[in-house]
Design a protein around this ligand. Structure first.
Ligand code: ADP
Ligand code: MG
Length: 297
């Protein structure tokens, strides 16, 4: 039997591998409101794609479509070239798609290490997580290779020194790292991050950005990230390619350089001002997060 993989976007033109994740012509309406209109996006293997745009632009809606929480009215989503538009979020997760949420969903009494152990076991032995949750003694019975894997994750995220600390005692920046660690424990091909820097101070967000670059660069199997973020300067500094949404439309796509100099983006989103340098950039630039003219309606 011959299987034909239909590519979309630039990789199709070069005849290379299909993108790790791709959306093509995705449209989503909520009642009379068009949240996304014919939006396409390609995430190449081993790349970081930044998704930016003012509040209400459709960023979270697009992440929901990519992760499988929301079915688009039209358009397709492909994971490693396979059409997964009708595949549930749970099955997409088992096929290499992970995500973190804006609000951390952690068990405040458990330590950093215990969170990673549980996440690792949920992949290796899915039913075991429930036994571990119900019987505290089970948490101490290691599965083969577990310590090595969890220690590697702690080291990758530079969390070894807080491994035994309950997460309740930790600052938000560290909690975000634990969330990233839990997602990575499932050994995803693509990780979706919704506003991972929100609420962090400059030090916390710079640390997280360094970690994002490191987890992609050190990945053996070409991990890609899609990062939705308000902090435009951070996204431009971190991403290999950037997609800009405005009122549900993709108004620009390209390298950070392309996007930074795009007159449409500058007018619609950057308020026609250079994004601030990272040194002052822990807050969105003026105009980000509100509509030009402030009449969002
Ligand atoms: P962003 O994440 O870029 O701020 P969203 O994707 O959350 O934007 O929202 C895009 C638009 O869709 C907004 O106008 C928002 O109010 C609307 N919207 C999002 N989710 C829903 C929903 N579940 N029901 C109705 N409208 C929604
Ligand atoms: Mg959002």
């Amino acid at each position: 039997m011959t299987v034909t993989v239909t590519n979309s976007g630039p990789d199709a033109a070069t005849g290379g591998d299909p993108p790790a994740l791709a959306a093509s012509d995705v449209t989503v309406s909520f009642g009379g409101l068009t949240a996304l209109s014919l939006v396409s996006l390609d995430v190449s293997r081993g790349s970081i794609v930044g998704l930016v745009g003012p509040n209400g632009a459709g960023k979270s809606t697009l992440l929901a479509v990519l992760s499988g929480l929301l079915r688009p009215d039209s358009g397709r989503v492909r994971l490693q070239g396979d059409d997964v538009t009708d595949v549930s979020a749970r099955l997409r997760a088992s096929r290499g798609l992970a995500r973190t949420f804006q609000q951390p969903e952690l068990f405040m009494g458990l330590t950093v290490r215990e969170h990673l152990v549980l996440a690792h076991r949920a992949r290796v032995v899915p039913h075991r997580m429930w036994r571990d949750m119900l019987d505290p003694r089970a948490l101490f019975m290691n599965s083969p290779g577990e310590n090595e894997k969890v220690d590697g994750l702690l080291e990758l995220l530079r969390l070894t020194h807080v491994a035994k600390a309950p997460v309740a005692a930790l600052p938000l920046g560290v909690i975000r790292l634990v969330e990233v660690g839990r997602a990575l424990a499932s050994e995803p091909q693509v990780l979706l991050l919704d506003e991972p820097l929100s609420g962090l101070d400059l030090h916390g967000s710079e640390n997280l950005i360094t970690v994002f670059r490191r987890i992609v660069d050190q990945s053996d199997d070409g991990l890609s990230l899609v990062i939705v973020e308000h902090d435009v300067a951070a996204v431009l500094a971190l991403s290999n390619s950037v997609v800009v949404l405005d009122f549900g439309q993709r108004i620009a796509v390209g390298t950070p350089e392309d996007v930074r100099s795009d007159p449409v983006v500058r007018a619609a989103y950057l308020g026609d001002a250079e994004p601030p340098q990272r040194a002052n950039a822990d807050r969105p630039p003026p105009g980000a997060g509100s509509r030009p003219g402030g009449d969002s309606g």
